[in-house]
Design a protein around this ligand. Structure first.
Ligand SMILES: [Zn+2]
Length: 289
């Protein structure tokens, strides 16, 4: 499988770029059904899983893709999320996949981090701990930066996930401090790429609306982790920081995607993570491209 999928949004040249995949399974993580749908009523969950050809007792691992986005808007080369270099044996492929299409880290002038989890900031720095994109300004939501760098994350995160999350935050956030732009409201990061407040999965989780002409790509990052979340927006994952906020953020983003018929990119969906959200009954349904 090629790690790069090219597409266009108006005049913008875009690419979904794989950073690889990661395996979520016991003993490190709960089984996938519990991990992804922690608050789902059991009977209904098993029914929905079967509808997706997943046998509840036999679904023992979730192999999740990690999908970053490159946008060439002409004046700027923008990267959304930096992958999970060092998290597992099959992660950290972002730079080699970019190199395969002729992009080197020096070319990128803007790096947007949707949030501070390891799979989204793991490539911020290289093995020496210095910024991997030497000419880029890095952009993050203010609440997100504060959460990870003020001691709040240490105080509030569950013990069993804290260690790995903090390890990635400590390695990948302080070194970009002097090339960082923090945003606290919905604003154009560069012309055509607008930040959308999408809190819940983490305190300052951010979505993006990338638009050129009448074309729009909504990057919803981890507002949903699995296509079943599109159909069952009330079901939250163990790693969702504020479940109630996740549900309202999801509803707002999914509603917008369906109403405006935008293209959508979800970071953890099957590669290239692109599709449309269509209204179905009370909820929505994911239609991959
Ligand atoms: Zn993620």
């Amino acid at each position: 499988m090629s790690g790069v999928y090219r597409f266009k949004i108006g005049t913008f040249e875009c690419m979904a770029v794989s950073d690889g995949t990661h395996r979520y399974a016991p003993p490190i993580f709960p089984p996938p059904d519990t991990f992804l749908f922690a608050n789902a009523p059991r009977e209904r969950l098993e029914q929905v899983l079967r509808g997706h050809n997943l046998q509840p007792q036999q679904w023992v691992e979730w192999i999740s893709p990690y999908i970053c986005v490159m946008v060439n808007i002409g004046k700027h080369l923008v990267l959304v999320d930096t992958g999970a270099d060092g998290l597992g044996p099959d992660t950290g492929r972002l730079l080699q996949n970019l190199q395969a299409v002729g992009i080197v880290p020096e070319d990128i002038d803007t790096v947007i981090m949707t949030h501070g989890h390891p799979d989204h900031i793991g490539g911020n720095t290289n093995a020496e701990g210095v910024p991997a994109f030497p000419n880029a300004r890095y952009v993050m939501w203010q609440d997100e930066w504060d959460f990870w760098t003020s001691g709040e994350a240490e105080r509030k995160l569950d013990e069993h996930v804290k260690e790995v999350l903090m390890e990635f935050a400590r390695k990948n956030l302080p070194p970009i401090r002097d090339r960082l732009d923090l945003i606290a409201q919905e604003t154009d990061i560069v012309s055509g790429i607008r930040a959308i407040a999408a809190p819940g999965h983490t305190p300052g989780h951010m979505g993006l609306a990338i638009s050129s002409g009448s074309d729009v790509l909504l990057c919803i990052s981890d507002a949903v982790l699995h296509p079943i979340h599109v159909e069952q927006p009330e079901w939250c994952a163990v790693v969702d920081f504020a479940p109630e906020q996740v549900v309202s953020t999801r509803r707002r983003l999914l509603n917008r995607a369906a109403a405006e018929k935008t293209l959508v990119l979800a970071f953890h969906f099957p590669f290239p993570g692109l599709g449309h959200v269509v209204q179905k009954g009370e909820g929505w349904q994911w239609q991959p491209i």
